[in-house]
Structure formats: structure tokens, C-alpha cells
Design a protein around this ligand. Structure first.
Ligand code: PRX
Length: 661
């Protein structure tokens, strides 16, 4: 793990070149919901009371008996034990009951330009109908339901329908391959699948039902499939198993009693890449999760439900969409924009056209997108009136100061605070972020832990590193939205997150971090074998096993290479059976193969064919040296290699025959 220091040295230099700081503007502060820094002290003094206060923002059928119980041996938290709650009730019914049924929950824009709006009353009715359909098809409390869809309004309704009846949803991002979908369905033994015929993406049709059919060939747990008609092309059909959404949902009652769930009942599983090829089923529960996401959404984005139009551009297939398109915003009665497609369809100004059309006030997007917009140039945002914007957020990867400043100036017109939010699928909610009415921001820094969240930066031995130094970020106390386990594999949960600093009670996110003299946190990227490509988390091992699954490939090693747009890009070193050097066509075929095994977002940008890989005497591939090769750095210590000439050869091969996409 320590072998990432040279990468981080470079990152730190670039980060600290920007010296400007940005204090909250007085006009913004005037109406900001949190403007008194005392909130940090209050939360620090008694964090359980703080979180109980946040939990009271929700409606409970039954009040909890204890705020937090912590089982240190199993690293298991129980938040709000004894409390009974329903997530969909909190996201829908209570707003409708309070007279806000006609407020828009989602203003949806399809990629081809078609639009639909769902008010809170309509979303409640749709959720209830879908929940009743699931029940009719035999789905019961505790069953797992896989969801494989594009960004259509029925997708949030599907999550909410599951939570309404106490079923556990397992959303699989619509860009994943059949194999990836199958693995996730199998791991969760899902009983039903909700999907759609096809989806739109950059003018092309994504054949979701086709891919799902492939996945279902080896998914015996699936008994029923609900298929939404979105695009309209014909699909294969398995009678008895497959049901059209418009047949089975439309005829249901629009009333469905919400299940009273224990606070600690599972809400969902969401798979994320780890350091092995097998994805991890991160499990979140109900009461603490909803408390964490609604509180952070409210105060970090400074949401006033009667004023704001919130747009989180993530896909609901990732955690950002779960927490900040579905559960957080709806729990806070927010009006949100939901967009189906890509930022460059039909032209590169699509995002800004949407901001103008819907008067978006708060925009939450990823650094990769921001850097792409920078590359396209300021003429695209300039085509539109974006004066409605009042706050900007960033998530998914470290934001370089240059992109931060561009975002602030070109998109925010210099008047919008920028919140860089650091968190993970595992944390469920934002952990580090400025509070826009309080925090003086520094471009490139996620600033400080949210009130009630406790972090530190430590060295290898777990000792706190004094301000000004760098090491690993750790979370030192439980938080309500934390993952509770990995689905069906608590041992792996303990090994992954707690083996390093668990004896100190610290959760280990596997991110490097530096704190400056003023205590600001500067996140520096992963310290394990996980890559972050365009904000997508991809395991090096997952890509390696996709390579070796190809009949031509004997062995492969995958590392990341810094990339101006995507943050990191996938660089693969491949040994062919027989040891020859592959052609450009071979490289393209391998790229296609990896995309078909995992998903198009995992296509390797660089492929270097090599007869050998650098290995230690015990046979371990030295990825550090391969990273040095890709970054054109002098090769570090090679004395532990079994054969030191191998890496020199690879460096020559990477120079002379780069196979770049
Ligand atoms: O390395 C960190 C990076 O993304 C990882 C989490 O990825 P995932 O679980 O897919 O969730 C992404 C959306 C929350 C982290 O371990 N990361 C996320 N946000 C930031 C970040 N790195 C730096 N700054 C951020 N704001």
C-alpha cells in the first residue's frame, strides 16, 4: 500500500499551487440554514444527541430506544434500535399528507427531448402501484429485487416500491455487462428483476432486456421479471416469467400500506469494486441511512424545498444516485431534475440547456464531467442563462484546483459556493464537505468532516499525523449511514475495513490524505488496487481476470495512469499465450472482450503486450514498477525482482509500441 507515495507526491504539488480561498459570500450566508460554526462543537460534544436530533427530522412509526449500540468485536453498529420507520413513507406520504402533493418531485427529461413530471402525489401513486405489482408477483419483505434500468422516472419509483414493502433492492448500473449483472443477481439471490426494453444513450439504444436475458440464463433465483417499455423495439419474451410493466403495474391500486421496518432492517445492497475480482455487496440499513443522507443533503446543499431545484447528474445505479437523487432529496421534499442521457447529446450544451430550462439552483456533478466541459470550452455554457444557479457540488474523485476554479467561474458565475464532497459507497452519506454558509473553501480540498463525523489522518501504525503531514484518512467513530456488512460475508467486511486499524476502532476507507496547517483535509486518491476512472470505481483484479478469460491471454497486470480528463485511465500489460507481441487489432479485440465482461466504462485505454511481467521472487506482480513505467518515472527499487531485465524490456515496449485508444 505504501507504494503509492510517488504518485501522491505529484498530486500534492499540483494541489497546493492554488492559493486563493473563498469565504461564504454575505448574500449567501444571509439565508443559509447553517451559518454558525457552533454546530461543529455541539455535534462533537455529544454526537449521539446530534444524530438523534437529525433523526427527529424524519417521521417514525415508533421512536427508537437507543441511539447507538456498538459491537466492537463484530464492528457492528445498531443505530436507532427499537425504532420503526419506512423509507418510502418518509420520501412520499408525509409530504403529500402535509399538503405538498402537487409539488414536483422529479422533472424528467429524456435524452431524445421528451419530458414528464412526477409530483409527490403522482410518485406516491406510482410507487404504490409498483409495490402492489411486486407483491402480486410474490415478492415479500426481506426478498431481494434486482433493478437494471436506465435513468427513467420508474427507476426511483422501483427503489421506493421495494422499500415500501420491505424488499431489499439491488440496483445494477445499466452500463454493466450481462456477466456483471448475473454475478450480482446470484450473490444476492434476487427473486425478481425490474428492467426495461431498451434505454437511450448518446442517440444509441442500450439493449437492457437483451443483456438481462443473457444474465438470466444463469440466474436461477429470479422468478419474475417486470419490463418497462421505454424505447419500444421488440424483445424476446419468456412467458410466465416476464411481465410488461404497463400490464402488471397500471391495473394495481394506488394505495399500499408501508411496512413498518426496524431501523436496522436492510434497505439495499449496492455492489462496489474491491481489491479482488469479486465485487462487494455493500449493505445499508434503513433508519440511520435515511438520517444521514437527509441531514447531509439538507445542510450541505442548503436546500429550501420551496425554493430549490436540485440536479444531481449521477446515475441512480451508483451510490450518489441512491443517496442524492432518491433518498436524501425526496426525504427533504426537494424538487429534482432527472436526466436520461449524456451531456453531449444532441450537442455539448445539453447540461446547460437543462439548467436554464428547469431553473436549476443546485448542481451536483463529477470532476471528470467538469474537466470534459473545460476541454469543450466556455462557449457551451455561455449559450445559456444560468443565473438560477446558487450552489455547486462535486463528487467522486479528487477535484484539481484548476477544474474547481473553472467550475466556480464558468458555471457558477463566480457567485456560487462550491462544495467538494468526499465519501464512498460504504459511507452511504457525504463524510467531508464544506458547509456553504460557514466554511472558507480552498480549491481542491474537501475541507472538514461533517458535524457528527470524526476523522483523522494517521500513519501506518495508526498514529495521528500532525497537521501539515499526510497519511491515511480514517473515520474514528461510527456514523449512522455506515455500511453494516458485506452481503453474506461479514468476514470479508472485517478484513476489508477493519483489519488495518480496527484495533483502534478506526474504519479504513483506503484513501490517502494530507492535512494542511489549518487542518483542511486534501484527499489524494486510493491507496489500494482500486482505480477511479471517470469517478467509476474499478478493481485492477477485476480487469485482469477479464483479460485472462480471453483465450489468447496467458497473464495480465493492470494499473492506472493519470489522465487529464478521466482522472485515471486503465493501463494493461498483457502476456499472450506463446509470448508474442499482439497487433493493434488484437488490442481492440481484447478491449471489446473486457467491455463485454464488465461494462464499456472499464475499457482499458492503454494496452502494452509484453513477453513477461515484473515479479518478485515469490511470484507477486510488482504493479508499482508498472505504474512508474506508465508515468514515465525513473524506475524505483528493482532489487526484489526475480529478473530485473523484465521491467527494462517493458519500459522499452511501452515506449515503442504503445497501443492507446
Ligand atoms: O477515492 C475516493 C473517491 O471515490 C472513492 C469512493 O468511490 P465510490 O464508492 O464509487 O463512491 C463514489 C461517490 C461517493 C473514495 O474512496 N472519492 C469520492 N469523492 C471524492 C473522492 N476523492 C476525492 N475527493 C472527493 N470528493
Amino acid at each position: 500500500m505504501a507504494d503509492q507515495t510517488s504518485d501522491q507526491g505529484q498530486a500534492i504539488e499540483a494541489l497546493f499551487a492554488e492559493k486563493r480561498t473563498f469565504a461564504p459570500a454575505p448574500e449567501f450566508q444571509k439565508t443559509a440554514q447553517w451559518k454558525d460554526p457552533a454546530v461543529y462543537e455541539r455535534a462533537a460534544k455529544d454526537f449521539e444527541s446530534f444524530w438523534a436530533e437529525q433523526a427527529h427530522r424524519l417521521d417514525w412509526f415508533e421512536q427508537w430506544k437507543t441511539v447507538l449500540q456498538w459491537d466492537d468485536a463484530r464492528k457492528a453498529a445498531r443505530w436507532f434500535d427499537g425504532g420503526l420507520i419506512n423509507a418510502s413513507y418518509n420520501c412520499l406520504d408525509r409530504h403529500v399528507d402535509a399538503g405538498h402533493g402537487s409539488q414536483v418531485a422529479f422533472a424528467w427529461e429524456g435524452e431524445p427531448g421528451d419530458t414528464r413530471t412526477f409530483t409527490y402525489a403522482e410518485l406516491l401513486a406510482e410507487t404504490c402501484r409498483l409495490a402492489n405489482a411486486l407483491k402480486e408477483l410474490g415478492v415479500k419483505r426481506g426478498d431481494r429485487v434486482a433493478i437494471y434500468m436506465g435513468m427513467v422516472p420508474e427507476l426511483p419509483a422501483a427503489l421506493l416500491a421495494c422499500s415500501r414493502i420491505g424488499a431489499i433492492h439491488s440496483v445494477v448500473f445499466g452500463g454493466f455487462s450481462a456477466d456483471s449483472l448475473r454475478d450480482r443477481i446470484q450473490d444476492g439471490s434476487c427473486k425478481a428483476l425490474i428492467t426495461q426494453d431498451q434505454g437511450w444513450r448518446r442517440g444509441n439504444k442500450i439493449l437492457l432486456k437483451n443483456i438481462a436475458d443473457d444474465a438470466l440464463k444463469a440466474s436461477p433465483s429470479i422468478e419474475k421479471v417486470i419490463v418497462l417499455k421505454r424505447v419500444g423495439d421488440a424483445v424476446d419474451w419468456t412467458p410466465g416469467r416476464d411481465h410488461w410493466y404497463h400490464d402488471v403495474v397500471a391495473r394495481q391500486s394506488d394505495k399500499c400500506e408501508p411496512e413498518k421496518m426496524a431501523a436496522e432492517d436492510p434497505l439495499y445492497i449496492l455492489y462496489s469494486s474491491g481489491t479482488t475480482a469479486r465485487p462487494k455487496g455493500i449493505m445499508h440499513t434503513t433508519g440511520g441511512y435515511l438520517t444521514g443522507v437527509s441531514s447531509t443533503h439538507q445542510y450541505i446543499f442548503d436546500i429550501d424545498p420551496s425554493r430549490d431545484v436540485f440536479w444531481c447528474t449521477a446515475d441512480i445505479g451508483w451510490v450518489t444516485g441512491h443517496s442524492y437523487i432518491v433518498y436524501g432529496p425526496l426525504a427533504n421534499r426537494t424538487t429534482s431534475v432527472l436526466y436520461e442521457g449524456t451531456p453531449d447529446f444532441p450537442d455539448k450544451d445539453r447540461f446547460w440547456a437543462i439548467v436554464e430550462k428547469y431553473n436549476v439552483t443546485v448542481l451536483y456533478t463529477a470532476p471528470t464531467a467538469i474537466r470534459t466541459f473545460m476541454k469543450w470550452g466556455p462557449e457551451y455554457p455561455k449559450r445559456h442563462d444560468m443565473s438560477s444557479l446558487r450552489l455547486l457540488g462535486s463528487v467522486g474523485e479528487p477535484i484539481n484546483p484548476e477544474a474547481w476554479i473553472w467550475y466556480s467561474e464558468q458555471i457558477g458565475g463566480g457567485r456560487c459556493p462550491v462544495v467538494d464532497t468526499w465519501w464512498q459507497t460504504e459511507t452511504g452519506m457525504i463524510m467531508l464537505s464544506p458547509l456553504p454558509g460557514i466554511t472558507k473553501t480552498k480549491p481542491g480540498s474537501a475541507t472538514f468532516p461533517y458535524p457528527g463525523v470524526f476523522a483523522d489522518v494517521v500513519d501506518q501504525s495508526g498514529k495521528s499525523v500532525p497537521l501539515g503531514g499526510g497519511g491515511y484518512i480514517v473515520i474514528t467513530k461510527p456514523w449512522p449511514a455506515m455500511l453494516r456488512t458485506l452481503w453474506g460475508d461479514h468476514e470479508r467486511y472485517l478484513a476489508t475495513y477493519w483489519s488495518k486499524f480496527g484495533h483502534l476502532g478506526y474504519y479504513f476507507p483506503a484513501d490517502g490524505c494530507k492535512r494542511d496547517e489549518e487542518g483542511y483535509y486534501w484527499l489524494l486518491g486510493r491507496v489500494d488496487d482500486v482505480m477511479n476512472v471517470s469517478g467509476h470505481r474499478i478493481s485492477t483484479m477485476e480487469v485482469e481476470s477479464a483479460f485472462v478469460d480471453h483465450p489468447m491471454v496467458a497473464e495480465s497486470a493492470v494499473v492506472s495512469k493519470k489522465d487529464d480528463i478521466t482522472g485515471e485511465a486503465i493501463a494493461a500489460f498483457v502476456t499472450l499465450k506463446g509470448g508474442g507481441i499482439g497487433s493493434k487489432e488484437d488490442a481492440d479485440n481484447l478491449r471489446k472482450h473486457v467491455a463485454s465482461k464488465i461494462g464499456a466504462f472499464a475499457r482499458p485505454k492503454y494496452i502494452t503486450f509484453t513477453p513477461d511481467l515484473p515479479k518478485t521472487r515469490s511470484g507477486k506482480i510488482m504493479r508499482r514498477l508498472l505504474r512508474d513505467v506508465m508515468e514515465n518515472r525513473p524506475l524505483g527499487d528493482t532489487t526484489t525482482l526475480a529478473d530485473a531485465t523484465v521491467v527494462k524490456n517493458i519500459a522499452d515496449l511501452a515506449q515503442s509500441s504503445p497501443t492507446e485508444e
